[in-house]
Each structure stands twice: as C-alpha cells, then as structure tokens.
Write a protein that binds this ligand. Structure first.
Ligand SMILES: [Fe+2]
Length: 294
C-alpha cells in the first residue's frame, strides 16, 4: 500500500460546524504555526421547495475566521456532495482562498453533464475549480503540509485530506457505529470503497479522523471525531477484519434499499460547478430536474 507523508507532530486546531438540515459537518482547520486556515466541506442553505438560497451556515464560518483574524488559504471539497450544496464561492468571495477538489471531478462532470443534459458551455475539465489534486499530492495551509489521498468508491472524485495529524475523510467513512457511505451513485463502486477505506485505516493509529456526516445512529448525540485505531477496531462495516467480499455484499444489498438524498438534484448541479448555480439562456440562476434520469 502507498505510504503517504503524514506529520503526526503537527496538530492543527479543528473547529466543526454542524448543519442540522443536512447532517453535514464543515470544518475550519488552523495551521498551528501561522494564522493560515482551510475550510473543508462548506454548506450553502437551500429551501428547495421554494427555490431559495441563504447563507447562515457559511456566514457563521466566515465570522469565525474573521473574529480570529485568520487568513483563508484553501476551500476544500472532499468530493461532489449529493446531499448538500457547497458554499465555496460565497466563502471565497468574502475571504479569498483557492477552491480544490480531486482531479477525478472530470469523470463526475462527464457523468452528470450527460444526466443533466448540460450543453457544450458546461466545461468537463474541472476548470471551475482553482486546483485539482492527484493521489498523493501535497499542498500547504500556511506552513502545514497537507496530503490528498484518492479514495474513490462513494464517488470517483472522493479524496481524504490529511492536515498534520487530522484527516478529513469526507464520505469514505462514518463514525464507527455509522459504518460507511453508500456506493451506488453513478460512478460509485463498493469494492473500490473498501480499498479506499483500507488506505485510511493504514494511516497511523492516532490520526484524528473528522467525518463529513453524522446521523446519530440509535439515538446517540451527534459526533464527528474519532481515530484510525477506533475505526479499525469498531467500525460496524469494515472494522475487526471484515473482508472485501463481505463488504461488497453487505453494501450492495443495503444500497438497494436506500432512497435518493432529498437534495441530490440541486446538489449535483451546483457542486459539479464548484458551488456556482447553473444559469438559463438569459443568465438567470436556474435548476433542472431530469425526469427518470437518475
Ligand atoms: Fe457524499
């Protein structure tokens, strides 16, 4: 298995912002050696029934960064989310920073460009983002090195970003009692997801893992932080030596029972554009619904 350069001696301060509407956790990650920070997986609020966009969640993150006098270097998307809309461009407009995602975004754009019948004006080369990461790429938040690890399976463009001793796992893993995310969206693959999870579980035992989602299974309180050691021992889908075959069988059967996420239609259209709304022929922000297309 590839060895990724991880710096367990660097311990960034991590602040989670929970969005109860979508059970998403966004993060501000602060370099301990400077005033630089990153935002991971921001959320734009939508009332889909009304077609109304607001920014309370993103405003809280912007206020937090301003209050602390931090400089925003990066706005990271762990993947093209199907359950919430990204607020990356809104945060970038307020604070600067570069928007980054995995380079397999091009695969996702190609898949959903077809499903949403986007014309030739929709670029499928990832150019809506400021940076596209390949497996093993290293970038910096201030002085803190970050390694991006490709973790396809939930979606092709999924990546885990390891910032010092803190790994932002996106939907590659849930908390140990939540297991793993579905692998049945177009481009998803349960076997690939298992292999990707093994890459995360091969990180040092005490690596802090930060989830993108938590649904508080069995009535427990919402949580978003665990460790590699804890996941390896206790994850209900992949912990304690579950085999690849077991996982594929379980994941495929489970996924067949799951309804589509409530916000998948608007989320994909916005997130594959780095958080920008699609526009109609007159330039007005407008979303589509492909009938029997998903
Ligand atoms: Fe996701």
């Amino acid at each position: 298995m590839t060895q990724y350069p991880v710096h367990m001696d660097i311990r960034p301060e991590v602040t989670g912002f929970f969005d109860p509407a979508t059970n998403t956790i966004s993060y501000v990650v602060q370099d301990p050696a400077s005033d630089a920070c990153a935002v991971v997986d921001s959320v734009m609020d939508i009332d889909y029934a009304a077609g109304r966009i607001t920014y309370d969640h993103a405003d809280a993150i912007i206020a937090f960064i301003r209050d602390r006098g931090l400089r925003l270097d990066w706005i990271i998307e762990t993947h093209v989310h199907a359950d919430h809309l990204s607020a990356a461009p809104y945060i970038q407009q307020a604070l600067g920073g570069r928007i980054g995602i995995g380079d397999k975004i091009m695969v996702v754009q190609d898949t959903f460009g077809k499903i949403f019948n986007e014309g030739t004006e929709f670029q499928r080369d990832g150019s809506q983002f400021d940076a596209l990461f390949k497996d093993g790429d290293v970038y910096h938040v201030g002085a803190m090195p970050v390694v991006a690890i490709a973790t396809p399976g939930h979606t092709p463009a999924c990546m885990v970003h390891v910032m010092g001793d803190a790994a932002f796992v996106g939907d590659t893993l849930f908390m140990p009692d939540g297991g793993s995310a579905r692998a049945d969206f177009p481009g998803g693959d349960a076997g690939e997801l298992y292999d990707s999870i093994q890459k995360v579980l091969a990180l040092p035992d005490q690596t802090r893992l930060f989830m993108c989602h938590d649904y508080g299974p069995n009535g427990r309180e919402i949580q978003w932080e665990t460790t590699v050691a804890d996941e390896r021992a206790h994850n209900i889908h992949v912990g304690n030596g579950a085999t690849r075959e077991d996982f594929i069988r379980f994941r495929t059967e489970r996924d067949a029972t799951l309804a589509m996420p409530k916000l998948i239609i608007p989320s994909l259209q916005v997130n594959m554009r780095a958080g920008e709304m699609p526009v109609d022929h007159d330039g007005r922000p407008m979303l589509k619904v492909p009938v029997n297309g998903l």
